[in-house]
Write a protein that binds this ligand. Structure first.
Ligand SMILES: [Zn+2]
Length: 315
């Protein structure tokens, strides 16, 4: 048995190749606990959870990375967000059940993948937009790496009943290569392709890497944790309502007796009665009422997932 929910970096020195492994159990269970995703949607969402975590593990950043796929097919939005601390959340929205999780069928022909990196400090956000090429998220991301970093990169993504897992390998930049074996990268690819989905989801990093690279020189670094965690909070919801303005909030309260906002990532409910709503605009703290029962979204400006920090999103 392997330990749960981790990301782990490794080097295949003899192939001048670096790699990352991501294995999600509880994270993936929590991400899918509240929504009855059809299998095809679940497959592509699981791949996106792993792909976004792999992507985040390849870069040094202090903030959050958002992977979005938008299309005009049966699934019109998929979004996964990962912070540098390994907090992951995400969701998919679909209008019809796609007949396949192949990207052109699931998202339509015009789909685009948008990768945004927002730093906690004042740095400008980075945004990369990629047309979806290929049938799988792994193929689309390989194209992304090829154009953005110009380093040969391969991704392997697997989703099972209880886990979502993946591995990324990347040829080292020329200045970091030490073995200079002309066949090294090709060998790393061929060996990695022998990985099965079952191994990716169920075996420990040590077992996996030993199985595929036992004739190579491999170093495995310390694992880091990954967890499902949503960044929504009462304070952020206060801010969002404050942004809507007193008139609009008063109108909702008058019409519906209060305001209830449901976070679409984690299903947390934030309720405001007449007193809470009035306190918002007097600079007074509102009562901490988070209830666990589901009810219809009453705000006309429902929080929508997006990488744009200026929208009405709960961050
Ligand atoms: Zn939330």
């Amino acid at each position: 048995m392997r330990s749960k929910d981790l990301q782990q970096r490794f080097m295949v020195d003899s192939c001048d190749t670096r790699g990352h492994l991501v294995q999600l159990d509880d994270t993936w269970s929590e991400a899918t606990a509240r929504t009855d995703y059809p299998d095809t949607v679940r497959q592509v969402l699981g791949e996106a959870f792993v792909a976004a975590t792999l992507l985040a593990s390849t870069i040094k950043f202090d903030g959050k990375l958002t992977l979005q796929v938008r299309g005009n097919g049966p699934i019109h939005l998929l979004v996964v967000q990962v912070t540098n601390e390994g907090n992951v959340r995400g969701l998919a929205r679909w209008e019809q059940t796609p007949t396949s999780s192949e990207l052109p069928i699931a998202f339509g022909a015009e789909a685009r993948m948008i990768i945004t990196i927002e730093a906690n400090k004042n740095a400008e956000p980075y945004q990369g937009i990629v047309a979806l090429e290929g049938d799988t998220l792994a193929a689309a991301l390989q194209t992304y790496f090829h154009t953005s970093e110009q380093l040969p990169t391969e991704l392997y993504l697997a989703v099972s009943e209880n886990s979502a897992a993946g591995m990324l390998i990347q040829k080292l930049p020329a200045e970091e290569r030490t073995y200079h074996d002309a066949d090294g990268w090709q060998r790393a690819r061929v060996l990695s392709e022998t990985l099965t989905n079952n191994e990716l989801c169920n075996e420990s990093a040590e077992t996996l890497l030993h199985r595929i690279f036992h004739e190579e020189r491999v170093r495995l670094f310390d694992a880091q944790s990954v967890q499902f965690h949503c960044s929504c909070s009462r304070e952020r919801t206060d801010g969002m309502l404050y942004g809507l303005g007193k008139q609009e909030v008063d109108d909702i309260v008058a019409e519906q007796g209060g305001v209830e906002i449901t976070c679409e990532f984690c299903d947390a409910h934030y309720c405001y009665d007449t007193v809470d709503a009035a306190a918002l605009f007097k600079g007074l703290p509102t009562s901490e009422t988070t209830v666990g029962t589901a009810s219809a979204e009453s705000s006309s400006k429902a929080p929508t997932p997006s990488g744009d920090s200026n929208s009405g999103t709960l961050h």
